[in-house]
Design a protein around this ligand. Sequence first.
Ligand code: FE
Length: 343
Amino acid sequence: MPFLKTRLLAVLIAPLLGLLSPPLLSAEEVNLYSARKEKLIKTLLDRFTAETGIQVNLVTGKADALLKRLASEGKNSPADLLITTDAGRLHRAKSARVTQGFGSPILDAVIPASFRDPEGHWYGLSLRARPIMYVNGRVDPGQLSTYEALAEPAWKKRICIRSSGNIYNQSLVASMIASDGTEATEAWARGLVENFARPPRGGDRDQIKAAAAGLCDIAIANTYYLAGMLQSKDAGQREAAGKLAVFWPNQQGRGTHVNVSGVALTGSARHKQNAIRLVEFLVSKESQQWYARVNGEYPVRRDVPVFDILRAWGDFKMDTVNLSRLGELNPQALRLMDRAGWK
Ligand code: FE
């Protein structure tokens, strides 16, 4: 009798369970490998889940480690999407054949062509500008004009910039090759190295700190580092950042160099539709505002306002060279920097 009773209960309850838990049973999910830190994206992923019922399984790590992992997992990779904080690595993922093309009318409408792969393997999610920063009072901004002009003798031993091993600098140099050619860019790089205040060391933030401390008058760094320091809880960081101003180079020509944080669809994606929905969600106006603000970056779409700290630096013209071109030129940029003695 007890056995029968239990069975009866099970028979009665089973359809009810089925009704209550279709999202669980159909396992609506999307798997994301992210080189962007969890705290810089998690809130958006939770909102996406609340809105769509699609669970996002997040794996974070260093970009190169995630790329290696994707390559070794191959077709068996559980990942659907890969987020990185520069187009160079998205291009490397594409070259390593671990991505596939995708698209949607929404993505094509809101993401400018220069900030997505021409074959739709990746899309930019936010923009990161790499202007010239100068120390107030030690540099007259009237003396500044272009990246190219930083190689002039007037800047001897006055410039701080990180190493050539860093992809941000590789992309900057690639953008100069695209604009000025290899020969001119190599001559420029030699001149720039002459003007280094010290052998490259540290990250972008360290260049800003070195300039503030008087080791150099000019730092090349991405703007979100300056924005982050200006909002820091650490008074020393706020004070250091407050000594610098932003100069937008190449405004009469191609514009200031920008890169993207972006997302690629993996070749092995098993939740393609969910993945595309997530990417569309990430470029919605609301998401863009949050994402750009938290990361101290510029929204990838033009119809979303930038937040106050960035607005204070003014509007600027961006270089619109397609970032996939910079990916293609990356190996050339690396060799060139090496020849020029850029450590
Ligand atoms: Fe960075």
